[in-house]
Design a protein around this ligand. Structure first.
Ligand SMILES: C[S@@+](CC[C@H](N)C(=O)[O-])C[C@H]1O[C@@H](n2cnc3c(N)ncnc32)[C@H](O)[C@@H]1O
Length: 321
């Protein structure tokens, strides 16, 4: 591989880094371009993708208890959301908070400006009275941004099992960073996918219609579109696995042939062997014990745990000490 390569954008930099080492990888945040957002909205409606349904059920049935557990006063507060997406489930909470006449400003944060535009438009249409201030940025920068806020209480939503995109140690480090930039008494509503029958988990990443495969393969198209790469779709396939021991579902792009790919914006040529793969995502599932270890490791207190009827998903209320 040519070593004198210059990366200009974060995407170029991350692709260069991920392809310069073995095993090869690309951070999962790059799934979410405009097409990726649309595909993820389709994934959320798939029968196999139980995660959205389970978390939705918790919020529909227990939203009052969840809000009650925050112990809000009459003071205005900040409602931040990390990786908000289209806010499909969040709207249940927004509606209830407005109904109960709480005064708050909603700060949805997402790496994708496109999905934030979709979210903002639908919030303004459905809740014209809402104060909303979206910000397109990475989670890590978001934490800095949130810490620069006023002295009001901040409740942070981190839904959709987004925390599962980190390995356990990374999740602890991230939550530690969240705790360190937050004020004592700040709260988080964390959505966590629970360990369950692997036969239920794997199909969520390998649906019959192939939408998840399309979502994964779109990464190749994105590199073709944005970095001038020449990946050939027919030379790659979507390959998901689930390891019940670590609780990690992982997705790969599997090279079906020995091939060379050229990335124009990096002036980089990469050789892939037949059956070599690119790691594109993990989605870690937790036991309740692991959730307690995560909170303890980050110095957060678990106030309450809400679950759906099937015990597939957990909504955890965490407090900064
Ligand atoms: C799996 S979707 C979940 C969306 C929403 N929270 C839900 O529960 O439906 C993940 C969302 O997080 C955003 N995202 C992924 N990685 C991110 C990162 N590192 N920083 C900020 N946003 C990120 C994506 O753009 C996407 O909208």
């Amino acid at each position: 591989m040519n070593t004198k390569i210059e990366a200009k954008t974060a995407f170029e930099w991350d692709v260069l880094e991920g392809f310069s080492k073995y095993p090869r990888s690309i951070p999962s945040k790059y799934f979410y371009d405009e097409k990726g957002n649309r595909l993820f909205q389709k994934i959320m409606e798939l029968p196999e993708y139980y995660l959205t349904r389970s978390e939705f059920e918790i919020l529909v049935n227990q939203k009052k208890e969840i809000i009650q557990s925050w112990g809000l006063s009459n003071e205005p507060f900040n409602l931040a959301e990390l990786g908000a997406g289209d806010g499909h489930k969040t709207k249940l909470l927004l509606e209830e908070l407005l109904k109960q006449k709480f005064e708050f400003t909603y700060y949805p944060i997402d790496i994708s400006q496109h999905i934030l535009d979709v979210l903002e438009a639908s919030c303004r249409e459905n809740f014209p009275q809402i104060r909303i201030s979206p910000k397109a940025t990475d989670y890590f920068e978001a934490l800095e941004y949130l810490s620069s806020h006023d002295t009001h209480l901040t409740v942070t939503l981190f839904l959709g099992s987004n925390i599962g995109n980190f390995h356990f140690d990374e999740a602890v480090a991230f939550m530690k960073q969240y705790a360190s930039v937050s004020k004592s008494g700040d709260l988080m509503l964390l959505g966590v996918d629970l360990k369950k029958d692997p036969q239920v988990i794997l199909p969520a990443y390998n649906d019959a219609k192939g939408v998840t495969a399309e979502f994964n393969l779109n990464l190749l198209d994105r590199m073709n579109r944005e970095l001038g790469a020449d990946f050939k779709r027919e030379n790659w396939s979507h390959y998901p696995i689930y390891d019940p021991q670590t609780g990690e579902a992982a997705s790969y792009l599997l090279s079906l042939a020995e091939q060379e790919v050229y990335i124009d914006s990096l002036d980089l040529c990469i050789s892939f062997e037949k059956y070599e793969c690119i790691h594109t995502e993990i989605s870690k599932k937790y036991s309740i014990k692991e959730i307690m270890r995560l909170a303890e490791g980050a110095g957060l207190t678990v106030l309450e745990i809400f679950r759906d009827d099937e015990q597939y998903f957990a909504s955890i209320i965490l407090e900064v000490k």
